[in-house]
Structures are given as structure tokens and as C-alpha cells.
Design a protein around this ligand. Sequence first.
Ligand code: FES
Length: 71
Amino acid sequence: MIVCLCTGTSDRTVRRLVEEGATTVREIGQHTDGAGSHCGSCCCDLKRMLATPDADSATPGGEPKLMVLRR
Ligand code: FES
């Protein structure tokens, strides 16, 4: 799933960066085309992924979560 529409950064890329040691949105941006640093609407999602790196992209009931991306 694309997390940052401005840069086309996927949740997989963000999770990989977090596993490799990224701890801030800025660091994620530095290793992508600037995820989180253009319109900024994905910053909350990036922060959530930084705070809960092991969280699955599905809810406990197995239904996929809808991610609302604002412009
Ligand atoms: S959607 Fe990520 S910076 Fe715009």
C-alpha cells in the first residue's frame, strides 16, 4: 500500500527503513524521495508506523484497514 502519495513510498519501504533503524519522519524522508516532507499529509501515518513498527496492515479481525490520505 502506498503511504506517501507525493513520493509513491509504500508501507513496505517504511517498515524496512524502521527495521533498519529509522526513528523519525525526517530519516524516512532522507532515504526516500522525501516521504513526509512535501505536502505532509502522510506524516501522521509515518509517525504511527514509527511508533508501532510491528503492527500489521490488517485489523485483528483480518479485515484490511482503510487508510485515508488527505490532500
Ligand atoms: S503524501 Fe507524503 S508528503 Fe505528501
